[in-house]
Ligand binder design. Sequence first.
Ligand code: 3HC
Length: 306
Amino acid sequence: MIEQVGVVGCGLMGSGIVENVASRGLQVVAVKATGGDVSPAREKLARSLDRRVRKGKISEADRDAILGRVRYTTELSDLSDCDLVIESAVEAPEAKITLLQKIEQQLSPGAILASNTSSLPLESLASNLSRPAQFVALHFFNPVPVMKLVELSTVEATAPGVRESAKAFCERIGKVPVQVAPSPGYVVNRLLVPYLLHGIESLEAGIASAQAIDQAMTLGCGHPMGPLALSDLIGLDVVHAMAKTMDRELGDGRYKVPALLSRLVLAGQLGRKTQLGIYDYAGDSPVLNGEIKITAPGGTPEAAEA
Ligand code: 3HC
């Protein structure tokens, strides 16, 4: 039975996983993989919980209890009592393998190691581990506390009992796990990433304004948000990294990175997390990033609302 969960990586995804797991009553050890001060991560969780208190979703006592279940640290050795550790660090193959190996050295014999990798080939991660039988992928979606899906993937060596425990864990934290093959991108990103890239490419090609592209997909297809706003939510660096990996691994031309995406990532304009991406989030409502000069049909460079 999984009672104590480690989460390695305190970025957007890691923070969401921590919040979700602790909200469901499990103890969490949250490791800031890059070291340094952990207080911003704790404050981020507190802010997110405060928002739920203000909305009347949880009480102040619930908030305090959830915060009390999370221990923040920079030491991987603090993971030694965890039954499951979910790695949620950057999608860089070498860095991820090194980190997974370091985590593995800290784990107790029965503990399960999961990667939240969105696009790296799972078998090649597993081949670098000493206990691949205990390894799975649990792929979460942003915003983690809201999105119900977890893609559950295993490698050939994964023990059946480990897969079952991982599945039961997902259900316990309120998620719906779907079993997917260990192919880069699984189901969602295999379909979603080409769509996001085409959204950005359509903006670049002047097919429509940013607002019109996003509205087209929200109003025309019933999506909760359009591809440009969604790219900013996911993080343009994450979209870029996934596209590069899937282009390399799957090699079928659907994952070609638009120049505009590369330029924004190079400039450190990564979306909501930097307050500037395809949209600029500094004001009351998002407007098109002023540095994106696109002439859309029927207009001059626009100031669009997301
Ligand atoms: N953390 C916690 N809760 C959040 C949240 C966050 N970051 N953002 C929104 N919420 C909650 C709100 O509190 C609200 O909860 P309530 O209904 O209980 O009050 C609920 O979500 C709806 O939020 P809002 O009313 O503020 O806003 P919207 O109705 O516009 O919904 C959205 C926001 C949930 C982000 C919605 O637009 C959406 O579903 N967008 C699509 C997200 C998506 O496609 N995610 C997948 C990305 S792919 C991915 O993550 C894979 C990876 O590999 C990159």
